[in-house]
Design a protein around this ligand. Sequence first.
Ligand SMILES: NC(=O)c1ccc[n+]([C@@H]2O[C@H](COP(=O)([O-])OP(=O)(O)OC[C@H]3O[C@@H](n4cnc5c(N)ncnc54)[C@H](O)[C@@H]3O)[C@@H](O)[C@H]2O)c1
Length: 315
Amino acid sequence: MTYPSTRIAIIGAGAVGATIAYAAAIKGIADEIVIIDLDHNKAVAQASDIMHGSMFLPPVEVTAGSMKDCKDAQIVVITAGAKQATGQTRLELAASNARMVREVVPSILEVAPAALLLMVSNPVDVLTYAALRVSGVPSHRIIGSGTVLDTSRFRSLLAARLNVSISNVHAYIVGEHGDSEVPLWSSSTVANVPIANFSTSECASLNDSDREELFGRVRNAAGSIIAAKGATNWAVGLSVSRVMSAIIRDENAVLTVSRLLNNYHGIDDVCLSVPSIVGRNGLGALLPVDYSDEEIRALRTSAGVLKEAAQSLGF
Ligand SMILES: NC(=O)c1ccc[n+]([C@@H]2O[C@H](COP(=O)([O-])OP(=O)(O)OC[C@H]3O[C@@H](n4cnc5c(N)ncnc54)[C@H](O)[C@@H]3O)[C@@H](O)[C@H]2O)c1
């Protein structure tokens, strides 16, 4: 008896697409990873470069392909399109990448009608909404990488500042993957101790200016990395591979992915990130988060920014 293999397709062989392929290969998430790009030679080069290390990888076949090779993929990851230039906001990228979504999503669904789509290109929340509108597929199958990356940045800075293992830090960034994102300070804990009360013999608790400074570093992280090296790729590669593993291994993991929200604390018909359960079918239930009044206000503002951006693009 032969077992069906696990296949992931990645559209876009740039810094982000290639790093996602590399992270997925190292973690043994799929048996087959196909990379697809308008610049086919680049996709071939990225796939070959990873396969040249296959002696050190779990069994995996990384290849370059074309749209028809999305066939039988459980997940198609979209990283294609323009990236942020220094000083540009994610929302300013919207028009050209929205055109990409209109082109690419129907061609994927033609050959992979049951695939889950994992949106990564920016502005990721607006493009997740665009993919939903363009495809018409049920919303649990269209997932944006959202603030999974921002949440990881937040936890890594908190862990360093509080001198505890990141595995004991529970804290989320929600809302837009971008300037209007919201840190959920009120529910952040270290090993069940609320962050507001957390201090040890080695570190004092965070005051308001510490919080502001730390969150500022999360919100501006991409800008400073892009200014120095032209792209962010490593942490987003790990974040997206985390989402893929939650799906392929049916983990029901809680992740701050971007998704369509309706009737959510006064938020309707917009995609943004909130803690959600992610498993084999894509998006599952929402967590009953206990937001503070200030966090809810900020989340609604973020939703307003994203709704306006989607409407300005005709979605
Ligand atoms: N969601 C996140 O957390 C996150 C983090 C970092 C970057 N990003 C976004 O990911 C995207 C990719 O970034 P990058 O650094 O890899 O950019 P890049 O310029 O290195 O690569 C983009 C690739 O897309 C290809 N491409 C363009 N249109 C295509 C199409 N229609 N079909 C197939 N391939 C196409 C290009 O040829 C190029 O190789 C950007 O929009 C960036 O802003 C998202």
